[in-house]
Every structure is written in structure tokens, then in C-alpha cells.
Write a protein that binds this ligand. Sequence first.
Ligand SMILES: *Cc1c(COP(=O)(O)O)cnc(C)c1O
Length: 417
Amino acid sequence: MEDTLAYAHAQDQADELRDYRSQFYFPSNGGRERIYFCGNSLGLQPKNAASKVTRVMESWKEYAVEGYMKGDAPWMTYGSSFKKPLSAIIGCLEPEVSVMNSLTVNLHLLLCSFYRPSEGRRKMIIEAGAFPSDQYAAETQVRFHGLDPAEEIIEVSPRKGENCIREEDILAAIQEAGPQLSLILLGGVSYYTGQFFNLERITRAAHAVGALAGYDLAHAVGNVPLRLHDWQVDFAVWCSYKYLNGGPGALGGAYIHERFSLDPHFFRLGGWGGSNAQTRFQMLKEFIPEPGTDGWNLSVAQALVLAGLEASLELFDAAGMDRLRAKSIRLTGYLEYLLGLIPGDRFSIITPGDPDARGAQLSLLFAENGAAIQAALAQADIVVDYREPGVIRVSPAPLYNSFSDVYHLCKTIMENL
Ligand SMILES: *Cc1c(COP(=O)(O)O)cnc(C)c1O
């Protein structure tokens, strides 16, 4: 790798995915396009997203209630069309995935099914400093069962002086909790450090002690390769507005392994939206769930908030996760290389150096004035975000970021240190 704009340009020229960039709107400042590295927070708008939303609006205008059954994408079955592209992204069977609600709502719904503490087995392992939603959901679920979070929640922390959690420490915590462990709930990719956990190994360890494994994939979906079904992951939830570019308020997703989701007797909170499609309009007294994760859906089709996601999933389908991941590894590797050339020790990269243990994000921990550096970058029309305490997160998304973007960012950081 080389520290020159010419090298970055040459990489962009040789990038087989380079044309996807033109499928997105970039934010602008008085007509000047800004460089965007916040795809881990809110993905950019695909240019064909508005037409998908408009199509729903047109159907509503033209067909009114008959829009559920009529038009190019009848709302009643619209959600099903997302199963194929999504199952390729998260690595599962189509019935195992469903788009519904928002991430935290889905997390609570699935914890109602999967966290069923019994006399001996009622502990839950989470990561210390997990995204607040995970912490609050875990805590309130424990309380919901009349238990004490201080007793039942086990937090795994990074070792003193370290930022990432060692996998061996997670495995040891599972071992130690043993027969008392109900489930482990982890962020697949840490929102703060960008660490990507080995979900297969952690799931296997949980199962070995008779516990379950569920993951919050907010920062993993559309970012890193996932094979949830083969890894025997029990359940997972995610939102669709980060790497998936579904837009603010886009419907989230849920995955439940078929050994649970195809079992009509497996407990879930019921609603009409999750009742069996064959008998739904018989308005039965008895709740017969739709087979698969759709059987956890509560409500009628949410077409408007699905539409934005359709546009982006078409792009994911065309680009393919394998090619996206291959570019992502090179792009983040280039970012790491250039950051490494910046003299001094004003910041350190706390994301793992091993490409297998991270996705598209590098987290830069500043001993001081990280927020000021972020503000200086914003002045220079480079969008990154800042998270307390002290971290600038930079996320080169392979669908629309370029090697030249990465080059400009690093030059600008250097000029502002
Ligand atoms: C972004 C994010 C969320 C957001 O959940 P919402 O229900 O959409 O607010 C949850 N968990 C993690 C780890 C996140 O990064």
C-alpha cells in the first residue's frame, strides 16, 4: 500500500464495485458533496428508494384497501419478498427471517420467548458496556420475571488496560455459569470498539452448557459475513437503517432458528399479524402461528417503512456479500495503514487488528479532544461520529465509500491533530 492520492485513485479504478457509489445520495454542504463515514449509524439513501416509497403511496391512492392484495407489490405479501435477499445477508433459511418492528421491540419479543428463567437456570451473560438498548432490555426482562439484575446478569468486561473483550473470557464466563446459564446476549459487532465476535464458537459454548445464544446484529448485518443457521445461532435481531441503508424508521429484522420457529407450540407473544396466513381471515379464536419467524409478527403489513429497504437490498443482492466483504477488508485495511503513518500518539485504534475480528469500522480512541477533532472534520466536510468516552468511529462502507475517501480523511486528521 502507498500513502499517495494516485495510489488511492488507482485502487478505486480497479474496484469492481466502484459504480455502486453513484447509486447513493451523499449529503452536501452548499452543493459540495461531503465525505461520509457514518454508514454504521445511518446508511445513505439509495437513489431508487424514493420510487419504492412512492409506489406504496400510489397503490394506496389508487386501490385504497385493495392495495393489500393488488398492485406490483401487494402489501399483504410485500414482507415475504425481503426474505431472499436478507437470508443471503445473514446466512439462514428463508422461513427463519422476518422483517418487522424495530430492533429493541424485536429484542424484547424474542427475549419473551427465549429468556424463560427456571429455578436453577436463570442467568444471562451480556458484554459490559453493551449498547444501552441491550443493557436495558436485559435488565428489564430480568425484573419482569421478578428477579434481580444484580444477581442474574453476568457482565464480561475487557481486561484491565484493554478495550476489547477476549473471546477466551467470554467462553470462560459461559463455562463458569454452566447449568445456571439461561442465555448469552451479545452485540455481534460491538458498536463502540467494532470488535466482531466469533458467533459460531460462542454459540457452541453456550449450547455445550445447555444455554441459548442470541445476538444484537445492529452493526453486523450487511457488514460482516454471517451464517446464523449453520452456526446454530438460536435468535438474532437487527435494525435496517445502518449498513442496510433502509432509511430512518425502516423496519428491523429478526431471525429464529427453525428448530424453534417452525415449532407452533414454542411460546411467543401473539398478534393477528403473526397468525397463519392460510386461516388468518377466518378470525379464529385460537392463535395458530404462521410457520417461521413471521409467526412472531404482531401487526398487519407495514408497507411504507419497508419500501426504503427494498431499494438497498436490490443493491446488496447485485453486489453480493462476498464481494462486499472482500472490498471492505481492503478498504478498512487501507484506513488502518494510513492511520498508522500518522506521527505521534494522540489516538490509538481500539478495534482489533485481525480482519476476521472486525467489520468496516475502526474506532479511534483519543486521550483528549476527540470531540474537537470530529468537529474539525465536519468543518472540512467529512462526516464521522463521536461516542463518549473519547472515540471517533470511522466506517468505510464498501457499497459507497472509496479509497480516495479514506485518503482524504487521513490527511485531514493529520492536519488537524
Ligand atoms: C443502533 C443500535 C440499536 C438501535 O436499536 P433501535 O431499537 O433501532 O433503537 C440497538 N442495538 C445496537 C447494538 C445498536 O448499535
